[in-house]
Structure formats: structure tokens, C-alpha cells
Design a protein. Structure first.
Length: 91
């Protein structure tokens, strides 16, 4: 989870060494700093959240992690129509 401008700058440097590293990054949020938005655009990545925060203590990552966990739970725990026995019912 990449959180904030400083961590995004570090991810940009890592991507210069190996562009494939971005495939393993989840950008948590876009902070209020204009340079952060420009850097995200340069990397051609979209953060999960854009709440204009500038707190810097990982609050964006904490919020984005909840979104990631919810998405994973939805993907892994949601029943299919077939699994729930819905597709075999007559209407």
C-alpha cells in the first residue's frame, strides 16, 4: 500500500529501476499536495481514494486498506447464483 507523496516518490524511483514494480503497488490516496497528483499522473496510476488529506501518518493507507479488505471479502465470500441455488429455481 503506497500512501502519500513521499512513498509515491519512492515507488517512482523503484519504477525507474523496474517498471514492473508498479504492478505490485496499490496507491491508497491522493494527498492535497499538487506535486502528489502530478506524480500519480506521471506514473499513470489511480489511487483508491482522493480525499484531499495531508496528515502524513498513514491515514490514507488505513482508509484504503478497509476498501481493499471489503473488495476481497466481496470477491471471495459472495455466493454465485449457482452456489446459492438460485439459478435452478423456476420463476
Amino acid at each position: 500500500m503506497v500512501d502519500g507523496f513521499t512513498a509515491t516518490a519512492a515507488a517512482a524511483l523503484a519504477a525507474r529501476l523496474d517498471p514492473g514494480v508498479l504492478d505490485y503497488c496499490v496507491f491508497g490516496h491522493c494527498s492535497a499536495e499538487h506535486a502528489h497528483r502530478a506524480l500519480l499522473e506521471h506514473l499513470k496510476v489511480r489511487p483508491l481514494l482522493d480525499l484531499g488529506m495531508r496528515l502524513g501518518e498513514g491515514s490514507g493507507a488505513a482508509l484504503a486498506l478497509c476498501v481493499v479488505r471489503a473488495a476481497l471479502a466481496l470477491f471471495t465470500d459472495m455466493a454465485t447464483f449457482e452456489g446459492a441455488g438460485v439459478s435452478d429455481k423456476d420463476t
